[in-house]
Design a protein around this ligand. Structure first.
Ligand code: PLP
Length: 457
């Protein structure tokens, strides 16, 4: 057992007064995602007990602004009265019944709502973003087999893409150290360079997508009738550190997919449900993809629910007598969980009101002003990018092994702010209902912590 971990554990178990019971159990028996546990055990730990609006409250009663919206999921704040009420009402009926061959009202209602929002027709539920993508990939693959085009098996993805951590999604992603260890187990994917642009405070500075589209054209020229799908995170590659995509790119990709008969898969797991303003980004751009993958904000960050939305044409190809074995043999035990569907429906209703009232636009404007003022206050060596309520602050170039981002986040906790770093970048993604005074609190805390840590004067 690594030294730090053993020492911390020994200290915690022999002297429970210094660490509460949760911490002891946590250190003894849990294994956290995307976490070097030796490092985790050696640093101060926070255990969340409650939530209130944009705030999280730990087991010692300390309050923190949830500045990454509990990993990009939270929409209307925690412990939202309307969402809680809907969940409790659903709980009074039933918590879960299988969706394998049985239906329920929240599932039917939500599918109808998602079809209206997307302009597509059919909803296949699952329980996380990776699965939503995995399902789109498998549906696309099987569709071409069922329609006499079994040569179509290739998938084209973007550089720096992130679509999840299951094998299919690792294969189509391009996440360096996250996934390269498993590369030999992954199917081959064609990759084109992701187009980028700079955007700050609502202004777009530079945008180029020619190289990206040229590469796409080259792949289509070479493999035209072998391409099953092109998969894109529209507008923002979140896990790449908030890499922004020029507007108009999706339309160009869509027209090539149509020309060559390939599917377009939009992974809106991060950008969907108001994160950038629009309910759905592809729709905003006038693009009609063959698949849309939804998760994170779908249930306002309340429940693990995901959806893959597709067209009637694709659905029809899977119909036939049972013995033709055209059915899609894929499903998860908790697919279409009624609690998740009920809370998602309510969240979408609240989100529509938030947009219609103009409040979401005002919040985005305040967030843009926040980033614009960071640009004025911070030296040029800091990288900044922002679109909608998604932003990144990159520290000046340095040694990644120093873990500067992580230590900055630990220091931010002292000032009542919870963030998670990605390497030397801080990804700032608040709940959609963050208030101007909370944005101000975030700004002050960030600037003061950068001063405390001697990143700025
Ligand atoms: C988070 C994310 C996923 C994976 O979702 P999980 O629910 O974590 O499996 C997929 N694609 C994008 C764009 C994401 O941001």
């Amino acid at each position: 057992m690594p030294g730090d971990f053993a020492a911390t554990l020994a200290r915690s178990t022999t002297d429970p007064s210094t660490k509460d019971q949760v911490d002891v159990l946590d250190l003894q028996h849990t294994w956290h995602p995307f976490t070097q546990m030796q490092e985790y055990a050696s640093l101060p730990r926070v255990h969340i007990e409650r939530g209130e609006g944009c705030w999280l409250i730990d087991t010692e009663g300390k309050r923190y602004l949830d500045a990454n919206a509990s990993v990009w999921t939270n929409v209307h704040g925690h412990h939202n009265a309307d969402l809680d009420a809907v969940l409790k009402a659903q709980l009074d009926k039933i918590a879960h019944a299988t969706y394998l061959g049985l239906g329920h009202e929240p599932g039917a209602q939500l599918a109808t709502k998602l079809s209206k929002l997307s302009g597509l027709d059919r909803v296949f539920y699952s329980d996380n973003g990776s699965n939503a993508v995995e399902i789109a990939l498998k549906l696309s693959f099987q569709y071409f087999q069922l329609t006499g085009q079994s040569r179509r098996r290739r998938v084209i993805g973007l550089s720096d893409a992130y679509h999840g951590d299951t094998f299919g999604t690792m294969a189509v992603g391009d996440c360096g150290i996250f996934h390269e260890r498993f590369a030999s187990w992954c199917f081959e994917t064609e990759r084109i360079p992701a187009p980028t642009c700079d955007e700050l405070g609502g202004e777009v500075f530079d945008s180029s997508m020619k190289a990206s589209l040229d590469a796409l054209d080259a792949h289509f020229d070479k493999f035209g009738d072998e391409v099953a799908s092109v998969i894109v995170e529209p507008w923002i590659q979140g896990a790449a550190g908030m890499k922004l995509q020029p507007r108009g790119f999706l339309r160009e990709v869509e027209s090539r997919c149509r020309q060559y008969g390939a599917h377009l898969i939009l992974d809106e797991v991060f950008v969907g449900f108001g994160r950038c303003g629009p309910m759905l980004v592809g729709r905003e751009e006038g693009v009609r993809p063959d698949f849309i993958c939804l998760a994170k904000g779908l249930t306002a960050g309340y429940m693990p629910l995901a959806a893959t939305v597709t067209t009637e044409e694709i659905y029809q190809a899977f119909l036939g007598d049972f013995g033709e074995y055209k059915a899609f043999f894929h499903g998860h035990t908790f697919t279409g969980n009624p609690l998740g569907c009920a809370v998602a429906l309510k969240s979408i209703e609240l989100l529509e009101a938030l947009k219609q009232s103009g409040q979401l636009d005002l919040t985005i404007k305040a967030f843009e002003d926040f980033f614009r003022s960071l640009r004025e206050m911070l030296p040029e060596t800091f990288g900044l990018s922002q679109r909608g309520l998604a932003g990144a602050l990159d520290l000046p170039p340095g040694d990644p092994d120093e873990r500067r981002g992580l230590h900055l986040c630990i220091a931010l906790r002292e000032r009542g702010i919870l963030l998670r770093a990605l390497g030397d970048g801080l990804l700032i993604v608040p709940p959609l209902v963050i208030s101007p005074s909370e944005i101000e609190f975030l700004k002050e805390g960030l600037i003061q912590t950068l001063q405390d840590k001697a990143f700025i004067q």
